[in-house]
Design a protein around this ligand. Structure first.
Ligand SMILES: [Mn+2]
Length: 393
């Protein structure tokens, strides 16, 4: 392995490799509490009995995950799944401390039926865009409650993904859908204080199969301008129609100072359910290339973005699939750090696309595992976290 690392030093330059070793260890990648449980489809969830169920069990699993991979120093929480009120939220502090991790992004759930209050099964008609004012008000209140939970747990990131949409053209005026959303969103954004961020996530479809209230990055970007400096765009890789150039979206949102975070996953036909980098590792690489280029141009530093793995684990063991996903993200990030950006700039200026593409492929085709191993060794982590997990669990 030392020999392979020496070869990389020689080929790319020791300074470049050293930076890659250091930065891959320190890029923050958040994991979600719900990611440790087994997901499902409309046909059902195939629980095998080994999945953590309670919030405390999920936090404990995240702590083990952090010890094995070095990632997941913060865990994303989802309310009311992880707590229904302040008393329950306060109870999360102890397991977080025991697990040696902190609360990360706080996610408002506006799609689960509540036992009490106006958010009954009527929320199938919407939350912040619901035709009834009392349901819209209750939805705004839930978001503001989530801001309280965020402060209680020492986090400063609130994520809003809106399930609102329609399933038929007569169901709701698209004008009213837009107006209601903007009114409600402003009420939430006004409750934010300095250094708190609201990330606005968009998604092309589902659960609404005809229209979605925040359907694409243009809508999310507009809303984040409307909501002010605390609001930013959250890009979820799987929330685009097929063929959309996600890295181009990233460059455009980064230029406007509005990229706040990223949800990782992969997809083949639709949505966001498969393991990150399992199908389209080159896309993941191109995304990191664009993020790094943005940082080099003086826009947002890569490590200041909120990165999270947001995928559903139906078949494989969730814990193991999260480890695979982290490794795929680390691999793509390291490869993107090996790109000869100076040479790329020259080839683009010429313009001569052939060497420009060769520069990208040269980095992408490099076996970067020696860099990952060295980085893990430096931080006292198992070199192969998945094998270690199988041997010890
Ligand atoms: Mn997401």
């Amino acid at each position: 392995m030392t020999e392979q690392l020496d070869h990389l030093f020689e080929y790319f330059g020791k300074d470049i490799i050293d930076i890659a070793i250091q930065r891959v260890a320190t890029i923050p990648i958040e994991v979600p509490s719900w990611g440790f449980g087994r997901g499902g489809t409309r046909f059902g969830a195939y629980k095998v009995g080994t999945e953590p169920v309670t919030p405390g069990e999920k936090i404990a699993a995240a702590g083990q995950f952090h010890k094995l991979t070095g990632k997941g120093s913060t865990i994303a929480l989802h309310f009311p799944w992880d707590g229904k009120n302040k008393t329950e939220v306060r109870k999360l502090k102890k397991p977080l401390k025991q697990a040696g991790i902190a609360a990360g992004s706080i996610n408002a759930n506006l799609f689960s039926i509540r036992e009490k209050g106006p958010l009954t099964d009527t929320i199938r008609f919407g939350s912040l865009t619901h035709p009834h004012e009392k349901v819209r008000d209750a939805s705004v209140k839930h978001c503001i409650d989530c801001l309280d939970y965020m402060r209680l747990l020492g986090s400063n990131t609130f994520v809003l993904w809106l399930p609102d949409g329609t399933n038929s053209p007569g169901q709701m005026s698209m004008y009213e859908q837009s107006e209601r959303l903007e009114d409600a969103l402003l009420q939430v954004s006004e409750a934010l204080v300095e250094n708190e961020t609201m990330l606005i996530e968009y998604k092309i479809f589902e659960p609404g199969f005809y229209s979605t209230a925040i359907q694409d990055y243009g809508r999310s970007l507009y809303l984040s301008w409307l909501a002010g400096d605390n609001a930013k765009v959250l890009v979820d890789l799987g929330h685009h129609p097929h063929g959309v150039n996600v890295e181009q979206i990233i460059a455009q949102v980064v230029r406007q100072g509005k990229l706040g975070g990223f949800h990782f996953n992969d997809s083949y036909y639709a949505d966001d359910d498969l393991a990150t980098g399992s199908l389209h590792p080159h896309q993941l690489f191109r995304i990191f290339v664009n993020l790094i280029e943005g940082e080099m141009r003086g826009y947002v530093p890569v490590h200041e973005l909120a990165f999270m793995i947001d995928q559903s684990h139906n078949i494989k063991d969730p814990f193991e699939e999260l480890i695979e996903s982290v490794e795929n993200i680390e691999t793509a990030y390291v490869k993107a750090m090996l790109v000869d950006y100076h040479g790329l700039e020259g080839a683009r200026a010429a313009p001569d696309p052939t060497p420009a593409d060769r520069i990208l492929m040269d980095a992408f085709n490099t076996d970067v595992r020696p860099i990952l191993y060295e980085s893990r060794r430096n931080h006292g982590l198992p070199l192969d976290p998945l094998s270690t997990w199988r041997e010890t669990s």
